[in-house]
Design a protein around this ligand. Structure first.
Ligand code: ATP
Length: 236
């Protein structure tokens, strides 16, 4: 656990997507997509490139409005919850979200401040140690390798174990074997304490937690739906 114990863990809530339809450009990615994730769930979004996994994570995080459908947190519409929902989630996109010109330590502290959270120097140093970046704390992020960039971004998780919902887009990309293993352990620990992780990855991670399951978003594509309702249609 991180040593910054000031943060109270928010009460566990469940996450539910109901009837999500999303049209991007000319294309309908999915229709009537639904899922429910209870406390302790690790839900991996699966599907081929372009199926709409990132899009769905952005919809859940409130960064994108679906064509139809709603997201519920603890049974309440996240649009109505607004800031109360945003305070309960941490979103790490595949673009890393770190400022190149800032050092690893400055990135962590600035990020915490942006989200209205306290993060002592000691807690930040500990988080950097957890991701193997001890010794790089004063290094501007632009001098780091791709995998170290990823680690700098993921170090935020170690300061966010009390945040109940993690949304992680391709968190394992560029990580070495040890980095993948320690991220798996962290996600498993988050789940064991009632947190929910919504994530996507194209690589097998070896995540092992009772709440792990997968949702293939392409199962909700219009072509698949048509094939289900009319079994004569065998291909998209
Ligand atoms: N801003 C946008 N405007 C229009 N279409 C977009 C936009 N962003 C993404 N798309 C389209 O939406 C579709 C889904 O993209 P998305 O990034 O969600 O897929 P993905 O399943 O995460 O793919 P990958 O596995 O390659 O990361 C793609 O066809 C993409 O071209």
């Amino acid at each position: 656990m991180n040593q910054d114990s000031d943060h109270q863990k928010a009460p566990a809530a469940s996450l539910r997507a109901e009837g999500i339809t999303c049209v991007r450009g000319e294309r309908c990615l999915y229709e009537g997509l639904c899922f429910e994730a209870e406390p302790g769930a690790v839900l991996r979004l699966a599907g081929p490139n372009g199926a709409g996994k990132t899009t769905l994570m952005r919809i859940v995080a409130g960064l994108l409005t679906p064509t139809e459908g709603k997201i519920f947190w603890g049974g309440r519409d996240t649009k109505e919850l607004g800031g109360d929902f945003r305070a309960d989630l941490l979103y790490i996109g595949h673009l890393n979200g770190v400022k190149e010109e800032l050092t690893c330590l400055e990135n962590l502290r600035t990020n915490a401040t942006l989200f209205g959270r306290e993060a002592s120097r000691e807690a930040c140093l500990d988080a950097l140690k957890q991701v193997g970046l001890r010794g790089f704390e004063e290094e501007p992020v632009r001098f780091l390798s791709q995998g170290q960039h990823r680690r700098a971004s993921l170090s935020r998780l170690y300061l966010s174990e009390d945040i109940p919902l993690w949304i992680l887009d391709e968190p394992f990309t560029a990580l070495d074997v040890k980095g993948v293993a320690s991220l798996c352990r962290l996600i498993e620990r988050h789940a064991a304490s009632g947190g929910i992780t919504l994530m996507t990855t194209h690589q097998e991670s070896g995540l092992s937690t009772p709440g792990y399951r997968e949702l293939d978003v392409s199962d909700f594509s219009p072509a698949r739906r048509r094939a289900r309702t009319n079994p004569e249609v065998t291909h998209a």
